[in-house]
Design a protein around this ligand. Structure first.
Ligand SMILES: Cc1ncc(COP(=O)(O)O)c(C=O)c1O
Length: 391
């Protein structure tokens, strides 16, 4: 059967999820074995040791590779999103230079500035929505450009093809974190990106019940190198979590499209709210990169919404603490809606000067819009904002 012509939604259900030949089970069994009997001494079968390869992880990686599009040479599943990003940074050596986005997940910021720097890797943060600034920051030592398809927390949208061109002109690799975008709405490898990363903890798993990370890679030699690093350093995803992510993928398309619709409605409603100073959502016509987003995204702009309250630091915290349905929690991408204050939570690991420089103000609130109904979420936010600002 030629699976490549099937739609995204169909592949998410069938590719990597073949019927178990020994029992007919339509859900493949979870292989917990850590080691595999070999055909002979020094003779290697398909699997030998679970760090190097595991059937359940292999199935998940097959599904993921199929969802990232034709350019994908293969995918790797890691124990967390950070482990996946760390694997990419292990391609670098002392003296190499990285350009990363200034609208970057706090954990990636911390990895680059407080771990990679120990090995002599230098980092420059640049506004990824400004290709001229990225070009100007390139040095002969630049080996990696690292961006996010939807920046965090300001939801900036870089032009992926422009960035890929800048990286490749100089022989650098470009990787992007597509956790907010998801492969349902955006497949960066189709835009010339070399490596796409996801925190599978978020939309891919989708239910706030497992940690994981993934890389999908455009070229075989780069994939081989990343696999070598993963196997040598060991941060693979365990079989039970592989199963949970694989199950999440089956409903990814449905979930993300529905959540994106609700997010757009909430963003429009927030824009008209008297206590809201500004709303950042790529689906709004006045978002600075709306045109780029409309070109790159496929039928939805994601389910993350950031807005700024016309209130103090304490009032903002109070609003985040006053919701009933939105849980006050870091993370995102699950069926339940979450609310957080980036300055004190997801981006607390930024230096305060960088937070101020990159617009991560104390009044900023980030929403991860779940699958609850729009009306319930709107009512919940409204009462929380009014409680905080009107006392
Ligand atoms: C955009 C983004 N990238 C990467 C990560 C790290 O993923 P994990 O927590 O699975 O290590 C996160 C976690 O919040 C994230 O939001």
């Amino acid at each position: 059967m030629d699976e490549s012509s099937d739609s995204f939604r169909t592949r998410a259900i069938h590719v990597g999820n073949q019927v178990d030949p020994s029992t007919g089970a339509v859900v493949p069994p979870i292989h917990l074995a850590s080691t595999f009997r070999q055909p002979g001494a020094g003779v290697w079968g398909e699997f030998d040791y679970s760090r190097s390869g595991n059937p359940t992880r292999g199935n998940l990686q097959t599904t993921l590779a199929s969802l990232e599009g034709e350019q994908c040479a293969g995918a790797l599943a890691f124990s967390s999103g950070m482990a996946a990003i760390h694997c990419v940074t292990m391609l670098l050596k002392a003296g190499d230079h990285v350009i990363a986005g200034c609208d970057l997940y706090g954990g990636a910021y911390r990895l680059l500035h407080k771990i990679c720097n120990r090995s002599g890797v230098e980092v420059t943060l640049v506004d990824m929505t400004d290709p001229a600034a990225v070009q100007a920051a390139m040095t002969p030592k630049t080996k990696l450009i690292w961006g996010e398809t939807i920046g965090n927390p300001r939801l900036s949208i870089p032009d992926l093809a422009d960035l890929a061109k800048i990286a490749h002109q100089q022989g650098a690799i470009i990787g992007v974190d597509n956790t907010f975008g998801t492969p349902a709405l955006l497949r960066p490898l189709e835009h010339g990106i070399d490596i796409v990363m996801h925190s599978a903890t978020k939309y891919l798993g989708g239910h706030s019940d497992c940690l994981g990370g993934t890389l999908a890679v455009a070229g075989q030699s780069l994939l081989d190198e990343l696999y070598f690093i993963q196997n040598a350093t060991g941060a693979v995803l365990d079989p039970l979590s592989c199963f949970l992510v694989a199950r999440g993928l089956k409903t990814l398309d449905l979930r993300v499209r529905e959540q994106s619709c609700t997010a757009l409605k909430l963003a429009r409603w927030l824009e008209s709210h008297s206590h809201v100073k500004s709303v950042l959502y790529p689906g709004l016509e006045d978002h600075p990169q709306h045109a780029t987003a409309a070109r790159q995204f496929d039928g939805g702009f994601g389910a993350m919404v950031t807005f700024e309250l016309a209130g103090t630091m304490d009032q903002t915290a109070k609003a985040c603490e006053s919701t009933r349905l939105f849980h006050l929690a870091v993370s995102l991408g699950a069926v339940e809606s979450l609310i957080e204050q980036p300055a004190t939570m997801s981006h607390a690991s930024y230096d305060p000067t960088d937070r101020a420089k990159f617009g991560i103000s104390d009044g900023l609130i980030r929403l991860s819009v779940g699958l609850e109904s729009f009306d319930d979420l709107k009512r919940d936010l409204d009462q929380a904002i009014c409680t905080a600002l009107e006392g």
